[in-house]
Design a binder for this molecule. Structure first.
Ligand code: ADP
Length: 510
């Protein structure tokens, strides 16, 4: 019918606004490389390029018992990790909700002594013998042997200015935390002081960023012979950490606060903070929906890459695009008076209170449903619109229009994600060497360029990796040959095993 023709055309037009073609990808990769370089030399640039003081990635043979804690937002996680030395590990963990009043406590001591008590409870429960044998001697002033002390990795997901592998000054609280006296202090020292007060055999050996944890976890568990190059997160937010040549991290030598670090490997892991890539929009796409989302966000003008790529925002971009169509009386979206759901004829209804008209009303998991529902009548998609979004009896044409726009938003996000991966793969120089072992279409293990990823978007969005790979092939320096050498694997549990591995690496130099 003419109605559905008009709708299909409108959907195509909106989907086309999200196109991010080969030329755009190539241009953005160049800009990403430029910003990487700038960030390694200077403080306060778009890509922060934070030196992490972690100077090696694991190869899977690491062994021992380590601890990790994770203070991320709502929960505090405590774990112990046994590394078996054969790329496998076992993990014991407990998770405790952080009492609201501690998030806004008068003194940081209240929060950190609570955290130390949770570590004590964990040790008593899961490492009873060890706990009681060391605690007796500690209390009587006797020395606890070095090998009896657990090295602990502390994942602390708030902005810190890191000045050593286990030293970082809190810049500001986020996510509802607000404890004035902690700002400017070394959070590792705050935790260590409370641990010592309880005489626990635990040393805060490393301050861990979750992307670095992802990289370390992947490098330990990856089947490859070469260490992992990059750890990337595509979840609520997006960020990546990668292995950089130490002599390129020139701002480290200019920083008078910089602490000691191991120079023997010639490498250091750098936390890019790529969520703020190209905040000045030199190469990022900028549709009317992106503009509106940014204007109505709590932090206009910043995290511009993240606002086009990560789970927190994609649902909202789709929502704004759909609302744009609905506002136009000439577009027949959700206006079907005789919509056909099999034989039942009914009128499409948008129920009052539908999240469609509320900011953040559409969750990014809906994009996954759209991308995954390739069935003829889009049954799953229509059911979700009905059940979760209060839009009932939509026509097959409506569903197809929604699907097309959602797919365009998801595809653009994946192609933007590829920009970051491509830039890091290219600058690593790993494409420039090829062992004799690879031949024909087969890539030898030593020629693999390994990338660890984590986050619901990359894990659950159907075809995310395919779109990333397509874009990688379109970058001249990578091409089909290079793309084949890239292996992308899920790296689970960066703040557990990843943090433990950083504590291990840190323990070697402390
Ligand atoms: P976090 O990054 O907070 O540790 P996740 O990796 O689970 O946690 O990411 C959560 C984000 O992923 C949310 O923004 C949510 O909207 C989005 N998300 C959840 N499920 C899916 C899904 N099935 N497909 C795509 N995105 C999803």
């Amino acid at each position: 019918t003419t109605r559905s023709m008009a709708l299909a055309e409108q959907a195509k037009r909106v989907a086309a606004e999200f196109e991010f073609g080969q030329e755009h990808v190539r241009k953005a990769v160049k800009e990403f490389i430029r910003e990487m370089d700038e960030g390694l030399q200077t403080e306060g640039t778009e890509l922060s390029q934070i030196p992490t003081y972690v100077t090696a990635v694991p190869n899977g043979t690491e062994k021992g018992l380590y601890m990790a804690v994770d203070l991320g937002g709502t929960n505090f996680r405590v774990c112990s990790i046994q590394l078996h030395g054969n790329t496998t590990f076992s993990l014991t963990q407990s998770k405790i909700a952080i009492p609201r009043e501690l998030m806004v406590a008068k003194t940081s001591k209240e929060l950190f002594s609570f955290l130390a008590k949770q570590i004590e409870t964990f040790l008593k429960t899961h490492h009873e013998d060890h706990y009681f044998s060391t605690i007796k001697r500690r209390k009587t002033g006797d020395k606890v042997k070095e090998e009896e002390i657990f090295n602990l990795g502390f994942t602390f997901s708030f902005p810190v200015h890191q000045i050593g592998i286990n030293k970082g000054l809190l810049m500001r609280w986020t996510k509802g935390f607000d404890i004035a006296d902690a700002v400017g202090k070394d959070v590792c020292a705050l935790l260590q002081a409370e641990i010592d007060e309880l005489h626990l055999p635990v040393r805060v050996a490393a301050l861990v960023n979750d992307t670095v944890g992802t990289l370390m976890a992947r490098s330990y568990t990856s089947p490859g012979k070469t260490g992992t190059l990059l750890g990337a997160i595509f979840g609520t937010g997006t960020n990546g950490a990668y292995v950089e040549k130490l002599d390129k991290v020139t701002k480290l030598t200019k920083n008078k606060d910089a602490g000691e670090y191991d120079k023997s490997t010639g490498e250091m892991i750098v936390n890019t903070e790529w969520g703020s890539f190209d905040n000045s929009l030199r190469t990022l796409p900028n549709t009317p929906y992106d503009i509106e989302l940014d204007e109505k966000s709590v932090n206009p003008g910043i995290q511009m890459f993240e606002k086009r790529v990560s789970g927190m925002f994609l649902g909202e971009i789709l929502r704004l695009a759909l609302v744009g169509l609905l506002k136009d009386p000439n577009v027949p979206l959700f206006k079907d008076e005789n919509s056909s759901d099999n034989d039942v004829h009914s009128t499409t209804q948008i129920h009052e209170g539908t999240p469609l008209f509320k900011q953040w009303g559409i969750d990014t998991s809906f994009l996954s449903i759209c991308a995954g529902d390739t069935s003829a009548g889009h049954r799953m998609l229509r059911q979700t619109l009905d059940k979760d979004y209060g839009i009932s009896a939509v026509s097959a044409e409506d569903a197809e229009a929604v699907r097309e726009i959602a797919a365009a938003v998801g595809r653009r996000a994946a192609r933007l994600a590829a920009v970051a991966l491509a830039a890091i793969v290219i600058t690593s120089g790993r494409l420039d060497t090829l062992s004799g072992a690879s031949s024909g279409g087969e890539v030898a293990e030593e020629d693999i360029i390994d990338i660890g990823v984590d986050g619901s978007l990359v894990e659950f969005y159907p075809g995310f990796e395919d779109h990333v790979r397509q874009a990688l092939r379109e970058v001249e320096e990578i091409g089909e040959k290079g793309e084949k050498r890239v292996r992308i694997g899920i790296a689970k549990d960066g703040s557990g095993v990843g943090a433990a591995l950083i504590a291990l690496v840190a323990g070697r130099v402390l």
